[in-house]
Design a protein around this ligand. Structure first.
Ligand code: UTP
Length: 291
């Protein structure tokens, strides 16, 4: 029996430069896919996977994320007074509940590895999940739930991976693959953002991880990697050999909502799945394409 995964770290302190100017004042993680902020999709997926505690690593100017997970008394009172009970109920369901969210500050955006390290004392000595809300995964069984299922069987570190076009390997942490067992692959090595000509494979890590607390021992060194940032991939790579490490080719579709194209694709794809929108969206797309 492996120690249960109860906590998730959500690093949300990045600058979101690819989405300027909106990210000057609106955190990237609150950008909506249709009507729901990216961070809400992440929380829903984590709760489906049985996560109980949520540790947000936040940065300057992004307090709207904290507020999003608070009550909005004035709005809720008005909704009640005006008989908008569906909307009122919707707001009640969003919040993981009192005492279940923690907000840690990353004073400078020094990289994903540094953001995760900032949550070290809140995670303690237990396995934990990391969710990057700008990767939205649409799946019948949530991506994190798929990872936890594997973790409960194998223990060790488990990351969600996807086959990407070779010319894109320089955007991802890429796996050097050992033995494979269906969708499960043994990780022999990891390289952050390799040049396509040097990438050991095209299996790339997306924003879902189950990590053992030993990763903090490596992050403690604050070593800079690709792009001058403290990279999570580099710390994970140091665990290989002393801890089990697997990649899971998850079932589902992942949208890279940190990029404009991925974000637009997510909005269209999710709208096509909404019964109240799909017919009109389809018609609208045909009209636009024929103009
Ligand atoms: P990205 O690589 O997408 O960076 O971070 P970014 O700053 O958010 O966006 P761009 O590239 O400037 O457009 C991946 C995830 O890691 C978090 C981000 O908030 C995002 O969820 N992150 C990144 C941090 O929390 N801190 C950092 O120092 C870097």
């Amino acid at each position: 029996m492996h120690q249960q995964v109860r906590k998730a770290v959500l690093p949300v302190a990045g600058l979101g430069t690819r989405f300027l100017p909106v990210t000057k004042t609106v955190p990237k993680e609150l950008l909506p896919v249709i009507d729901t902020p990216l961070v809400q999709y992440a929380i829903d997926e984590a709760q489906e996977a049985g996560i109980e505690e949520f540790i947000f690593v936040n940065g300057r100017g992004k307090n709207a994320i904290d507020d999003y997970f608070d009550h909005a008394f004035e709005l809720e009172t008005l909704l009640k007074e005006r008989g908008k009970s569906d909307e009122w109920s919707l707001l009640q369901r969003l919040n993981p509940g009192p005492g279940k969210t923690a907000f840690v500050r990353q004073q400078e955006p020094k990289g994903l590895g540094h953001a995760v390290w900032c949550a070290k004392d809140y995670v303690g000595k237990e396995p934990f999940a990391v969710i990057l809300p700008d990767d939205l995964v649409d799946a019948d069984q949530g991506c994190l739930s798929q990872l936890i299922e594997v973790y409960n069987r194998t223990g060790g570190n488990v990351v969600a991976v996807e086959n990407v076009p070779r010319e894109h390997t320089n955007r991802y942490g890429v796996l050097d693959i050992g033995t494979t067992d269906g969708a499960l692959v043994e990780v022999k090595g990891l390289v952050e953002k390799p040049d396509p000509s040097e990438a050991p494979s095209t299996l790339s890590i997306i924003g879902r991880y189950i990590l053992l607390p030993e990763v903090f021992g490596h992050l403690d060194r604050h070593e800079k990697g690709a792009g001058g940032e403290i990279q999570l991939t580099d710390a994970m790579a140091k665990m290989i050999g002393s801890q089990l490490f697997h990649g899971l080719e998850f079932d589902g579709t992942r949208y890279d909502c940190g990029s404009k194209l991925g974000f637009l694709e997510a909005n269209l794809a999710m709208a096509l799945k909404r019964p109240e929108l799909s017919d009109d969206v389809r018609k609208m797309m045909v009209t636009l394409l024929n103009e």
